[in-house]
Write a protein that binds this ligand. Structure first.
Ligand SMILES: NC(=O)c1ccc[n+]([C@@H]2O[C@H](COP(=O)([O-])OP(=O)(O)OC[C@H]3O[C@@H](n4cnc5c(N)ncnc54)[C@H](OP(=O)(O)O)[C@@H]3O)[C@@H](O)[C@H]2O)c1
Length: 196
């Protein structure tokens, strides 16, 4: 991929494609003639987006997955690369943030952020990036945040997951750039969406 605007006819897997930034990214990619695989848990929202994009001529598949399940990335890989769909663009967008006092929170809510924001990003990247390296092209986008630039009390675990995302993207970019694979950390500030 010569530039990140060279999306024409390439398959893009977008996680968190049922709301917010994931929907916006899916629309942007479709507008640049990419083909889309949408994944998240809420199928009705993804089907509505898929119908909208298909009306504009975009090839769209919907694959539901819960990325807090460590088996989900393998299932996404099997349903795409395993079925002959070469994923050349991986958008690691799915994420969640839990605001509140850490000492009073439910540990499962803290860990859900680590699983979706970090573990799933590593698992998906570990599955799809080697195929991109073999092909000598590809692009991985990781949704970090301006929250990755300083600790955030009462958003403590979330900010820590986002610094993980940014460092992960920056390190991986330095590893695989020489094989023609780009990795980018996107660091939005507060952005209107369903939950943040
Ligand atoms: N909005 C902001 O201000 C902001 C700023 C900086 C960075 N970000 C980052 O941008 C990304 C998108 O956030 P957003 O603001 O667009 O939030 P959002 O509207 O709440 O969307 C989050 C997306 O992640 C998916 N998701 C959450 N848990 C999931 C799970 N267990 N399995 C699969 N998918 C899951 C949701 O889908 P389902 O619920 O349907 O599964 C949804 O599509 C996140 O990584 C966030 O950290 C957001």
């Amino acid at each position: 991929m010569a530039t990140t605007s060279d999306f024409n006819g390439k398959w893009a897997l977008v996680t968190g494609a049922s709301s917010g930034i994931g929907v916006a990214l899916a629309r942007e990619l479709a507008g640049r003639s990419a083909k889309l695989i949408l994944t998240a848990r809420r199928v009705d929202r993804m089907e509505a987006l898929a119908a909208e994009l298909r009306r504009q001529g975009t090839d769209v598949r919907v694959i539901p997955a819960d990325l807090s399940d460590p088996a989900a990335p393998e299932q996404l890989y099997a349903a795409t690369e395993g079925a002959g769909i070469a994923v050349e663009i991986l958008i690691n967008n799915a994420g969640l943030g839990q605001y509140g006092a850490f000492s009073e929170s439910l540990v499962e809510q803290e860990l859900a952020q680590v699983r979706v924001n970090c573990e799933a990003v590593v698992r998906l990247s570990r599955l799809f990036v080697p195929r991109m390296v073999e092909r000598g092209r590809g692009w991985v986008l990781v949704l970090a945040s301006t929250a990755s630039f300083q600790p955030l009390p009462y958003f403590t675990t979330y900010a820590a997951t986002k610094v993980f995302d940014r460092f992960f993207a920056e390190g991986l970019a330095a590893e695989v750039g020489r094989f023609g694979v780009k990795v980018t950390a996107l660091c939005p500030g507060p952005t209107e969406s369903s939950s943040m």
